[in-house]
Write a protein that binds this ligand. Structure first.
Ligand code: CTP
Length: 219
């Protein structure tokens, strides 16, 4: 039986640059991914954390890779997934990026009062690696403002995941930042586990427990 040993975690937002000063991003703080990386390192796993820009220090004992945009994150995930047993894709990847990045600063005089920014689609990093799973465990996060469980189940299937963590974007307990949150784990056999009013640390611990059980089931 192969032991679960190498864990890859992505965290935080991506930033998609308009010019050297401005970017498009989202509200992700990175706390969920850092909590998963920390919990996994404390359990003795070899952890690599690929992170977008955050304000938090990387946990001790973790290989830390900083990226800025979705395409850089994709490159690092593809490189590091080869050796990993398990991927936790907690990052909030921007689905689009400005079609062109301007070097320097865009001057407002050059633009009118109303401007349009042309966006192009970013790669779906998780869907891109799930075709070649090779016995790995893939865990995704779904952020939904409606039909939480239905949409999360669709992503679980479409991205060929072992487990998805469903997060409501409508709930008063926002999934972003310090606060406590409600999440639901759904695995690929349809098992559902609700975790209520939990810190990120508690969610990370529950997630590692579920992952270890999934790994044992696969061996
Ligand atoms: N994800 C990814 N690459 C993207 C977008 C998302 O790898 N370009 C991953 C996220 O890290 C997460 C999962 O896919 O683990 C679901 O992300 P989510 O933002 O909930 O859904 P999307 O697939 O982006 O779909 P939508 O925004 O339409 O809900």
């Amino acid at each position: 039986m192969k032991r679960l040993s190498k864990i890859l975690v992505t965290a935080g937002p991506t930033r998609e640059r308009l010019d050297d000063i401005r970017f498009i991003s989202n509200l992700s703080t990175g706390r969920m991914g850092y909590a998963v990386a920390d919990c996994a390192a404390k359990r003795g796993y070899k952890v690599t954390l690929i992170s977008g820009p955050t304000n938090i220090a990387p946990p001790g004992g973790v290989k830390f890779i900083e990226i800025e945009d979705a395409r850089q994150m994709e490159r690092e995930v593809k490189k590091n997934i080869k050796k990993a047993d398990c991927l936790f894709m907690t990052s909030a990847v921007c689905d689009w990026r400005p079609e062109a990045r301007v070097h320097g600063k865009i001057k407002k005089e050059r633009l009118g009062k109303k401007i349009s920014i042309k966006l192009v689609k970013n790669p779906d990093i998780l869907a891109g690696v799930s075709g070649d799973k090779d016995g790995k465990i893939l865990i995704g996060f779904a952020l939904e403002s409606e039909s939480l469980l239905t949409n999360a189940k669709k992503k679980l299937k479409a991205k060929r995941l072992d487990l998805i963590v469903a997060n409501s974007a409508r709930h008063k307990k926002s999934p972003f930042g310090h606060g406590k949150t409600d999440v639901t784990f759904i695995d690929n056999r349809g098992n559902v586990k609700n975790i209520r009013h939990a810190t990120k640390k508690k969610v990370a611990k529950e997630l590692l427990d579920s992952t270890e059980a999934l790994w044992a089931r696969k061996q």
